[in-house]
Ligand binder design. Structure first.
Ligand SMILES: Cc1cc2nc3c(=O)[nH]c(=O)nc-3n(C[C@H](O)[C@H](O)[C@H](O)COP(=O)(O)O)c2cc1C
Length: 166
């Protein structure tokens, strides 16, 4: 029996806090996908070890090892899921820093897609209400989990459309 191709999602949290509710949203997205969404797998890409962007760190066309590892994960993903706090009316500095590292040449289709995703980012404001999380940042609210599942199904449908599979 033919298996549905697996869409690989790179999930990036804009927070560096251990008990971040945005890490919690990503953990919940991983659980929801594993339990009830076929044909999709989510990996949380840790951006905490990326140095601040400085093109002096690109030596002989090579990136620092942490940056290279991050870029490879982006290259091998089909789509992106961002969960970021708002810091002073915009995404956080760590998320912007990660996007800037991803955007360095040579760019590939995935990195262009990542930049497009940033422009098309949807804020699921209700999902991020701190009251829906416990003290460790775990999402514990069923209504918010349903909202998150709708976002994941929409991301899957959008990615399949872009890939021309459906
Ligand atoms: C420097 C800084 C700036 C912030 N700016 C905003 C803001 O502009 N709007 C807002 O709603 N919350 C703002 N916040 C609150 C964070 O978005 C909030 O604490 C968030 O839930 C933290 O997410 P985390 O649990 O994933 O770390 C700010 C917090 C910090 C530390």
């Amino acid at each position: 029996m033919a298996h549905e191709p697996i869409i690989k999602v790179a999930a990036i949290s804009g927070s560096l806090r251990k008990a971040s509710i945005h890490h919690g949203l990503i953990r919940s997205a991983i659980d929801l996908t594993t339990d009830s969404i076929d044909g999709m797998s989510i990996e949380h890409i840790d951006i905490s070890s990326l140095p601040m962007l400085n093109t002096d760190l690109e030596i002989d066309d090579e990136f620092p090892p942490e940056v290279e590892t991050f870029r490879q994960k982006i290259l091998h993903s089909d789509c992106f899921l961002f969960a970021s706090p708002e810091y002073n009316y915009t995404v956080t500095a760590p998320l912007k820093n990660a996007i800037d590292w991803a955007s360095r040449l040579p760019m590939c289709g995935q990195i262009k897609l990542l930049l497009l995703s940033v422009q098309a980012a949807v804020l699921v404001e209700d999902c991020r209400n701190p009251a829906r999380f416990d003290d460790d940042g775990n999402l514990v609210d069923d209504e918010a989990k349903e909202m998150l599942k709708s976002v994941l199904l929409a991301l899957k449908a959008f990615t399949l459309r872009l890939q021309g599979s459906k």
